[in-house]
Design a protein around this ligand. Structure first.
Ligand code: HEC
Length: 130
């Protein structure tokens, strides 16, 4: 029991000390968040179908609203003309508040206030969309 507690305390200490300033998110946690929040509207696999939102394969380095050809006519003009190139930085702003980053976007999602949730989802997206 003592040993278990020590292990727990150690892993807690590692988690706490590793969190601030950590650029890399946790892809496994990101997958859980993605499945709970984004999955209904997006697929991530190559040639995955568009749902309420576009398939996300090939996202990194692509210009917003230009990549998912079959979804093109459904994108908002605001996103299509934004000139945003998707990267960790731009995705972080998008996932914090799509509406603030691209006013009048049609993505109906309020955003994650928590940076760790954004980092985790971005890490997951990086692991499956390229
Ligand atoms: C209720 C449906 C819905 C949910 C939930 C949703 N999205 Fe979207 N998403 C959309 C729609 C619709 C668009 C197109 C927005 C536009 O054209 O203005 C979009 C666009 C995007 C884009 C831009 C794609 C491109 O090619 O430029 C990304 C990236 C994205 N979503 C990621 C996510 C992630 C990650 C989540 C989960 C945190 C999420 N979305 C949750 C519907 C949704």
């Amino acid at each position: 029991m003592k040993r278990l507690l020590a292990t727990f305390a150690l892993s807690l200490a590692l988690t706490v000390s590793a969190t601030p300033g950590l650029a890399e998110g946790n892809a496994a946690t990101g997958k859980d968040i993605y499945n709970a929040v984004c999955w209904e509207c997006h697929s991530v696999e190559k040639s995955g179908r568009d749902k309420i939102g576009p398939n996300l394969f090939g996202l990194f380095g692509a210009t917003a609203g230009q990549r998912a050809v079959s979804f093109e006519s459904r994108h908002s003009a605001e996103l299509k003309n934004s000139g945003i190139v998707w990267s960790e930085e731009t995705l972080d702003k998008w996932l914090a508040s799509p509406e603030k980053f691209v006013p009048f976007t049609i993505m109906p999602f309020v955003g994650f206030p928590e940076k760790t949730a954004r980092d985790d989802v971005i890490a997951y997206l990086k692991s499956v969309t390229q």
